[in-house]
Design a protein around this ligand. Structure first.
Ligand SMILES: Nc1nc2c(ncn2[C@@H]2O[C@H](COP(=O)(O)OP(=O)(O)OP(=O)(O)O)[C@@H](O)[C@H]2O)c(=O)[nH]1
Ligand SMILES: [Mg+2]
Length: 319
């Protein structure tokens, strides 16, 4: 498929083209960047919702129930399941980790899982590009599910406007399952498995933690109870998701987040490109190798050499 075919295919809602584009993104094919660059103006419309929490806390079950409810309201849905522990991609995990079977025949729901295969530029980069592709594809709401077990949950903060943190009853007397970092990024807490003993106590504990939290918050994260199997409590989650989006719009934070993200992204891309160009120009050149030897022999210092090489690079005409 050519770049134009992919661009037109994605914009006209063809799933095969979208799947192909996400595979290119996963493989870090340069063509993906070309397609994304042409799709960019058609993105930024979806409400991206991150959902993170301990393994097995019911994230996928909740996403399934939320999707069912949102479909009744004619919202179109994308789901990206990020699994940093898995080398599988392209939906290989669907049956198991994403409990979305009931939606797989619905053309207005697009589900994709992302594993760690490839991704020199990082899983976060690939995830963010995949979400962008689904956004251009026209989905109204995109859920990004990540296991709350490391770096990934902090990175969804860059792509999601609303973040749901899940937990379950009885995961320790203190709130161990919810680590300090994750606490701060939550816009909505969901204590899932309300049918298990200790659910109310968990809600009380999280609320107590929020009450003593020294951070001044314009939005106080609500703490909700759900059952991921029956769908109990899911309507309240949707209400809070909508209320949070409304809050972001009215407070000007939505615009602010968008600006911050554009700034970060431009910064990252420039740094990546500059570094790559710089190395391509210098690596293997005799004067570069000589400078390295001099630094090692303490005849020159790396601070001065770095400044000189960068200045030469920036002002050279041969670039
Ligand atoms: N008792 C009970 N079980 C639930 C509830 N919600 C989900 N489960 C079960 O918990 C298990 C894990 O659910 P998932 O939705 O796969 O959880 P997850 O957080 O997506 O799991 P990972 O993606 O593997 O981290 C499944 O067996 C679900 O049926 C609930 O409210 N109560
Ligand atoms: Mg899951």
């Amino acid at each position: 498929m050519s770049v134009s075919e992919l661009v037109n295919g994605v914009l006209s809602g063809k799933r095969r083209e979208l799947a192909r584009l996400i595979s290119l993104i996963e493989n870090e094919d340069p063509e993906a960047a070309e397609v994304l660059s042409r799709l960019y103006k058609n993105t930024g419309k979806a409400h991206v919702i991150g959902i993170t929490g301990p393994p097995g806390s019911g994230k996928s079950s909740l996403v399934t129930k939320l999707t069912a409810e949102l479909r009744k309201r004619n919202k179109t849905i994308g789901v990206v399941c990020v699994d940093p522990s898995s080398p599988f991609t392209g939906g290989a995990l669907l049956g198991d980790r994403i409990r979305m079977q009931e939606h797989t025949l619905d053309k207005d729901v697009y589900v994709r899982s992302m594993g760690t295969r490839g991704h020199l530029g990082g899983l976060a980069r690939a995830t963010s590009d995949a979400v962008r592709a689904i956004d251009a594809f026209g989905k109204d709401i995109i859920f990004v599910e990540t296991v709350g077990a490391g770096q990934a949950e902090v990175e969804i903060i860059e792509i999601a406007q609303t973040i749901i943190v899940t937990d379950v009853p009885g995961s320790g007397d203190d709130i161990q399952a919810i680590k300090a970092g994750i606490m701060e990024i939550a816009d909505i807490f969901v204590v899932n498995k309300k049918d298990l003993p200790g659910a109310d106590r968990k809600v009380t504990e999280i609320n107590a933690m929020l009450d003593i939290d020294p951070i001044e918050r314009a939005w106080r994260p609500p703490v909700l109870l759900t059952n991921g199997r029956t769908g109990e409590g899911v309507l309240e989650v949707i209400e809070k998701i909508q209320a949070h989006l409304q809050f972001l719009k009215e407070s000007g934070l939505l615009e602010q987040k968008g600006l911050q993200r554009s700034r970060d992204e431009l910064h990252d891309l420039m740094r990546y490109k500059l570094t790559r160009e710089l190395y391509q120009k210098l690596e293997g050149r005799p004067e570069y190798e000589a400078a390295i030897k001099k630094i090692a022999a303490r005849k020159e210092d790396p601070y001065t050499v770095a400044e000189r090489l960068i200045a030469e690079f920036l002002f050279s005409e041969s670039r």
